[in-house]
Design a protein around this ligand. Structure first.
Ligand code: C5P
Length: 407
């Protein structure tokens, strides 16, 4: 999950039935680490109780321009300067008209006038009111004054009408806030990533695993968050701290990794399979610790499902990036996997020479896609991850615009 820590959002609520949706918005903002203060106009209080927002934001709700108590806590000029973003959601037709005309006869309007920070509005009203030339003119003029317009959406309205005027959903407004604060190359992109090794149980105390440290996958997660992506990291057992801002799902076996990925892949835009998934698992793991009883022990291994190939066979599917860690013929095997697993991109590295790949802090990659290739030279995994994420962002954007042209 992408972080909004250190971001201060002042949420203004005006009178409209959509006011209840903003409660969910406050919850999402707080969950992402933002500090939220809420201001309500007098008519907003007719739709939702200030106490709701007080409970969700953890702060007193600002209601009145001439509230002695509120003034002593933070006066309106201070409040206008305090925030990094002032978002009015819902913004009624009346409020937009007054805001455009420069009125300041309630606290929220005063804050809009006094705020040196960006102001965004999420219009919410009946479709006829939205279509009215007066509203349209107000909106046009507000946009010319650099006010950010988020929405409205089209659809069924509380009054029974159908048309343009619905407030955007809380999740869409939240995504806009994220985008506003992090216009990176992957802003708004939902990126799913696997990392680390898997453990295949032999019995309750023993397992089969591999030398993957998870460092490359964790570096990729951090680089993607830096570029504004919303990252879910499905990780096998590693000795690394969770990358700040990632939604970390800890798993052990290949089957658990498969289940965690398949649950999330359909809603993801990009999937990067960086994990060193065990190809085989023990057919019947013992329930009790296996005793030393004879000179030899045979274990029957069965093939695990290929997570990456399964995701790339989904329709629609995310942009799929695979890894190929090889000890020889890197290019040949990588190109083979690109085709077999029908990937959008594959990043190949030579492992086993001690200078890069498994267990080290360094790596180097040969990256291939259907009609191109790119070398990322020997560097720290953090640097290699930055370059690979840039390349993925570039190729993903190309693929998306190609797709849009075809539809
Ligand atoms: O076929 P191979 O295991 O070499 O392919 C490596 C790529 O496939 C890596 O991206 C790895 O994360 C992914 N993979 C997977 N599920 C498996 C095996 C590999 O997602 N069961």
């Amino acid at each position: 999950m992408q972080s909004l820590s250190n971001k201060k959002v002042l949420l203004g609520i005006t009178g409209g039935i959509a006011a209840y949706k903003s409660a969910e918005l406050v919850r999402l903002l707080i969950k992402a680490g933002a500090e939220v203060r809420v201001v309500m106009t007098p008519s907003a209080q007719k739709f939702v109780q200030p106490l709701t927002y007080q409970a969700l934001s953890g702060h007193r709700v600002y209601l009145d321009l001439f509230d002695a108590e509120a003034e002593s806590a933070m006066d309106h000029i201070e409040l206008a300067r305090w925030c990094d973003l002032l978002l009015v959601a819902p913004a009624s037709a009346d409020f937009l008209g007054k805001m455009n005309a420069g009125y300041a006869d309630n606290l929220l309007l005063t804050l809009c006038l006094a705020s040196p920070q960006p102001v965004a509005v999420a219009p919410a009203m009946n479709q006829q009111m939205f279509a009215n030339p007066a509203t349209q003119e107000n909106i046009k003029q507000l946009a010319a004054k650099q006010v950010l317009l988020w929405g409205p959406a089209s659809g069924e309205q509380a009054c029974g009408d159908v048309g343009l005027g619905r407030m955007l959903e809380a999740q869409q407004l939240f995504d806009n806030v994220l985008l506003h604060f992090s216009p990176g190359k992957l802003a708004g992109v939902k990126l799913l990533l696997t990392a680390g090794p898997t453990r295949e149980a032999i019995d309750p105390v023993r397992y089969i695993s591999n030398r993957s440290s998870g460092k490359m996958g964790y570096a990729l997660a951090a680089a993607a968050i830096e570029q504004g992506a919303s990252v879910t990291l499905v990780s096998g057992p590693v000795a690394l701290p969770a990358p700040a801002g990632a939604d970390l799902i800890a798993v052990e076996s290949a089957q658990q990794m498969y289940d965690a990925v398949m649950q999330r892949a359909p809603a993801s835009d990009v999937f990067i399979a960086c994990a060193a998934v065990s190809d085989y698992r023990v057919d019947q793991a013992a329930n009790q610790k296996i005793k030393k009883s004879s000179d030899s022990l045979s274990l029957k291994l069965v093939l695990n499902a290929d997570i990456l190939a399964t995701v790339s066979a989904l329709a629609p599917r995310p942009f799929c990036v695979g890894f190929a860690a090889e000890t020889q013929d890197v290019e040949k095997y990588a190109l083979g996997k690109l085709q077999q697993k029908k990937l959008d991109m594959i990043a190949a590295n030579q492992v086993g020479d001690g200078n890069s790949g498994f267990e080290t802090d360094f790596n180097q990659l040969e990256v291939f896609w259907r009609d191109g290739r790119h070398s990322i030279g020997h560097a720290s995994k953090a640097e290699v991850a930055n370059q690979l994420i840039e390349l993925i962002a570039e190729r993903y954007t190309c693929a998306r615009s190609r797709q849009a042209q075809q539809t």
